[in-house]
Design a protein around this ligand. Structure first.
Ligand code: AMP
Length: 604
């Protein structure tokens, strides 16, 4: 196998960053891994070259000139001139791009697309710049993890069952196209071309991916996946949440799917003409296949192992499974049976961070290796203040020190990620906390810990998304003997009472006794181990935790609400804490509460 083009070697003798080095269609996994090895062996130098490249290309951008960088491209000048920033600092600049400002605002070359971040972690979607270089970086990250994955789980020329969904594209005042980051990728011809060599062809036609109605798209993804069931070699969605959602839907619609396949006629529920036409073209009567699917579904015990049963040649299930996706792992494992779960890469609408190069590790142990030519990375060291140590590491309110470079991080330490991208973000705080798990050559491998923002805080208590997740897992142990599970959860700080209190919302797969649920409310209250919370509960400056049980389907209603705001299913993350500003979500939650239980754990 030969390279279509040699890596572009810069003056410093390293691969020039930001460009696709190989034509994927003819490049072997071995070559991709070799390139990765070469780049990561010299990560420090590649980082300096990458920064230089970014700053040279964008030397005229107003964002850089107004801080007086004056065309300098070295790390010291960059760090001393350009301050760390958060999204609200760059928002006015991004707005000018959206409004069509003709001067170079953030990048030397005009930005022609914007990405809309999911907004589900922070409540409201954010606009972010998107350009060709970001797309190439995405391909680099994807091809790297693919090469490592394919070495362990080789897949032939089969198909991929992909639960992917585009979202609406809107044009801003200045005529810039804006849509979710994933849609920007899926719509790009370059992305499709670049993915050819690293991803099997999807089962569904584009009309299903870009269909106007998510429910109809999901139904047809399942249908197309079943039509090609023997050819499917991998099952994918961006996040574990949408994988679980897909198979929960299969449980409900499997008989309709069998009927469609048996008769070769698409269900009347599919009304979108574009989807109807495209799917009808591949649907022919196949009673034999319908019977076999029917039999397999009937033979399953509580849908355990449905994925390998219906897609017998699938080698693995793939999607982001770390961080806020961990709560869905149990259910996903149930559907996947013995099939390996492989966590997909780590990135954001802002830019990609790392590739999973250890595909055989269970998702709970996955780390992400940084590709040093995809951006310039800094890390803000976070330290635990002495005396505040509790068992839950995430609940610590960290002390920050000066950011360090990619090769200066230390194994075992915790940092916030700071990105400088080819798309015009400079020293941008991503808001994610990571732990350095290891190094691969001289590039770090990151363990995703959680979003930095606190989700639950009333006075001196500080609890993150991770703390809430740990508390919910702890309390869920009481449900194990009851044969029921938590479908999804979120939380809220109830400030209308004095003292204020935490409210945790649970949607359960079935009903259980008041006794069990009262026990769960107590267990939740006791599972927040942050000293501030425990202290405040003891002296009653925080009231008893309330567990509110929701009607089945509540979280689907929340998903549909996010989609109505322009979000994409592919990027949806359940908001783990609802702020009062998010009144519509609160309204959905509160109207669906069926029971409520107050903790008595710290006395009445
Ligand atoms: P988005 O709003 O869709 O751009 O979401 C980006 C955020 O999703 C990141 O900042 C992370 O908090 C989270 N995320 C992305 N990839 C992963 C991953 N592999 N593991 C855990 N969290 C992730």
């Amino acid at each position: 196998m030969s390279l279509s083009s040699s890596p572009i070697i810069g003056s410093a003798g390293v691969v020039e960053p930001g460009f696709c080095q190989y034509e994927m269609t003819i490049c072997s996994c071995e070559e991709i891994i070799n390139e990765f090895e070469m780049l990561t062996r010299d990560a420090g130098r590649v980082q300096q070259e990458t920064l230089k490249k970014i700053l040279e290309a964008n030397a005229d951008a107003e964002y850089l000139t107004r801080f007086g960088l004056d065309g300098r491209t070295d790390a010291e000048s960059y760090k001393s001139c350009i301050p760390l920033c958060v999204h609200s600092d760059v928002e006015p600049f991004i707005q000018r791009v959206a409004d069509g400002d003709s001067v170079p605002v953030l990048t030397g070359q005009p930005i022609t697309s914007l990405s809309l971040s999911s907004g589900t972690t922070q409540g409201k979607p954010k606009f972010l710049p998107f350009n060709d270089e970001l797309l190439e970086n995405t391909l680099q990250v994807f091809r790297t993890s693919y090469a490592f994955r394919n070495r362990e789980y080789p897949i032939g020329k089969g198909k991929a069952l992909q639960f992917v969904y585009g979202s609406k594209q809107v044009s801003t005042e200045g005529g810039i196209l804006a849509t979710t980051a994933t849609t920007n990728l899926y719509r790009s011809p370059r992305y499709k071309e670049g993915m050819k060599g690293i991803q099997s062809q999807g089962c569904s036609p584009d009309e299903v991916i870009f269909g106007p109605d998510f429910h109809q798209s999901l139904y047809c993804h399942l249908l197309c996946g079943l039509i090609y069931s023997d050819e499917v070699h991998s099952v994918f969605s961006t996040f574990a949440h949408s994988l679980v959602h897909a198979f929960q839907t299969l449980e409900e619609v499997w008989e309709d799917l069998c009927a469609d396949i048996r008769d070769g006629v698409l269900s009347e529920k599919i009304t979108a003409p574009s989807i109807r036409e495209a799917v009808s073209n591949i649907l022919t009567p196949n009673p034999e296949l319908a019977d076999s699917i029917y039999k397999k579904c009937m033979g399953l015990s509580n849908w355990y192992g449905v994925i390998p049963a219906l897609w017998p040649n699938a080698k693995y299930v793939y999607g982001i499974m770390t961080g806020s996706m961990e709560p869905y792992l149990k259910k996903l494992r149930h559907y996947a049976g013995q099939l390996p779960l492989v966590s997909a890469d780590y990135g954001a609408s802002e830019g990609w961070v790392g590739s999973n190069i250890d595909p055989t590790l269970p998702p709970e142990q996955v780390t992400y290796a940084i590709l040093p030519h995809t951006g310039y990375f800094e890390f803000i060291p976070l330290e635990k203040p002495t005396g505040e140590e509790t068992e839950s590491s995430a609940s610590i309110h960290y002390i920050e020190s000066e950011p360090v470079g990619l090769t200066e991080v230390e194994v075992g330490k915790i940092y916030e990620v700071v990105l400088t991208t080819f798309a015009g973000l400079y020293r941008y705080r991503l808001g994610d906390i990571v732990k350095i798990a290891d190094f691969h050559n001289s590039t770090p491998k990151l363990e995703f810990i959680c979003r930095r923002s606190l989700v639950l805080s009333i006075n001196i208590d500080k609890n993150t998304e991770k703390d809430l997740q740990i508390a919910v897992e702890e309390a869920a142990k009481l449900l194990e003997g009851e044969k029921l599970e938590i479908v999804d959860f979120t939380s809220y700080v109830e400030k209308s009472t004095d003292p204020s209190r935490y409210v945790v919302f649970w949607e359960l797969s079935s009903e259980t006794s008041d006794e069990v649920l009262s026990g769960c409310a107590n267990a939740l209250d006791l599972a927040f181990l942050d000293a501030g919370y425990m202290g405040s509960r003891k002296i009653k400056t925080i009231g008893p935790l309330e567990l509110r049980i929701l009607r089945k389907g509540t979280f689907r209603e929340i998903l549909v609400h996010f989609l109505s705001l322009g979000g994409a299913v592919s990027q949806f993350k359940t908001p783990r804490c609802v702020s009062p500003a998010n009144s519509k979500v609160l309204q959905i939650l509160n109207k669906n509460v069926t029971q409520s239980y107050f903790s008595t754990a710290y006395g009445l």
